[in-house]
Design a protein around this ligand. Structure first.
Ligand SMILES: Cc1ncc(COP(=O)(O)O)c(C=O)c1O
Length: 388
């Protein structure tokens, strides 16, 4: 028999890009060095020590004391799915506060685990008030309230003060998506009384995609313990995973060792900078971007008090082909800027300033390109200029 599918390819040679879209963001150079180290065994005493360090550093990044805090092997969506897979039993009522694309993903996932899903909704670009949440909790009486803190599809940061208290009054768990906030936007999981949260490695933590930080507080742990049915997802079952991440160190799956090297370095850098300093840096650079864009006459989609420092949605001016301009930035300058998702498709650009990429130099470079090269994409621009 002859073999099939053989390809003769050159070694990979992707160019360096500046990733200023919704994620992934660029990884810090020392994170890349950590990723390139020789792997060690996933039960090696040195690796076991590193696991504990990663867990403790994640608790710092999230400001939580939760025992069950681990990086799931998988992207943010795996950690998202883990929050629901472990706590939802058939017939549980999950209320999802939808204000963008990722709220809809929570709806889809919760339904797949057999939840009775109810939604409350806000237009894409707005957030929920505490009063709206209070009223919906009283009306629907859910077992779990799931929300997105940093909605990457719209650029909105959902205010969280007081929502955890409301959930406790209604004996409901609070589940929070912090994929676009961890490392870049103030997050106080324990003070906010969040019971379940998840995130990703590739945004505010300056690491490539591949790990999904996950955390579960005591109230959610109690719900897991009280299950009458097995967690329907073997890979994401925290009671099994905790035998590896807890004190027993029992093999569950082969950990992506090098991803965790990278995660340790990314979280170490965050702790070295100081989380408050990282939050302040993200805020400062986002404000610089907002002021610059507005001075060019561009409109921002989200009112300032709700804007995310990590992700800015900019309205594409009337008549401009937004896709063509993003493509130009990528092809000519190696810079990635995102387009709109769902209800905002074709209407906004999404600019990310996350982790290592949140610098004044990156902001100024992008603003220069918007100032000097966007005019050729406006409808009044001479055809030759647009083509050129
Ligand atoms: C708010 C939010 N939630 C969940 C996800 C899913 O994460 P991942 O793409 O890493 O699976 C993303 C991805 O960008 C996101 O922005």
């Amino acid at each position: 028999m002859s073999t099939a599918h053989r390809l003769g390819l050159d070694p990979i040679a992707t160019p360096d890009r500046l990733l200023l879209g919704p994620g992934p963001s660029n990884a810090h150079p020392t994170v890349l060095q950590a990723l390139a180290r020789t792997p060690i065994g996933h039960l090696d005493p040195l690796y076991i020590e590193l696991m504990g360090e990663v867990q403790e550093l994640l608790r710092y990044a999230w400001q939580t004391d939760n025992r069950l805090t681990i990086p799931m092997s998988g992207t943010g969506s795996a950690a998202m799915e883990a929050t629901l897979a472990n706590t939802v039993e058939r017939g549980d009522k999950v209320m999802v506060a939808v204000m963008g694309y990722f709220g809809l993903r929570l709806v889809d996932m919760a339904g797949r685990y057999g939840a009775e899903v109810v939604t409350i909704e806000r237009p894409w670009g707005e957030a929920f008030s505490k009063a709206e949440i209070a009223e919906a909790l009283a009306t629907h009486k859910p077992t779990i309230l799931a929300m997105v803190h940093a909605e990457t599809s719209t650029g909105v940061c959902q205010p969280m003060e007081g929502i955890g208290d409301l959930c406790r009054q209604h004996d409901c768990l609070l589940l929070l998506d912090t994929v676009t906030s961890l490392g870049g936007v103030p997050l106080f999981l324990d003070d906010w009384k969040v019971d379940l949260a998840y995130s990703c490695s590739q945004k505010g933590l300056s690491c490539p995609p591949g790990l999904g930080p996950f955390t579960m507080g005591p109230r959610a742990e109690a719900k897991l313990l009280a299950r009458t049915t097995k967690v329907p997802n073997w890979y994401l079952d925290v009671s099994l995973l905790n035998q590896y991440w807890g004190s027993d160190r029992v093999y569950h799956h082969t950990a992506p060792v090098n991803m965790n090297f990278g995660m340790r370095e990314a979280l170490r850098l965050l702790a070295e900078e100081g989380i408050e300093n990282a939050w302040a840096r993200h805020r400062r650079n986002a404000e610089r971007l907002w002021a610059g864009l507005e001075s060019l006459g561009l409109a921002l989609h989200v009112p300032e008090e709700l804007r995310l420092p990590t992700l800015t949605t900019v309205r594409i001016p009337e008549g401009v082909d937004g896709k063509a301009f993003s493509r130009h930035l990528l092809d000519r300058h190696g810079i990635e800027v995102g387009g709109g998702l769902g209800a905002l498709a074709g209407k906004v650009w999404r600019i990310g300033l996350m982790g290592y990429n949140s610098t004044p130099e990156n902001v100024d470079r992008l603003l220069d390109l918007f100032a000097n090269e966007l005019p050729a994409f406006r409808p009044s621009a001479p055809v030759a200029a647009a083509v050129g």
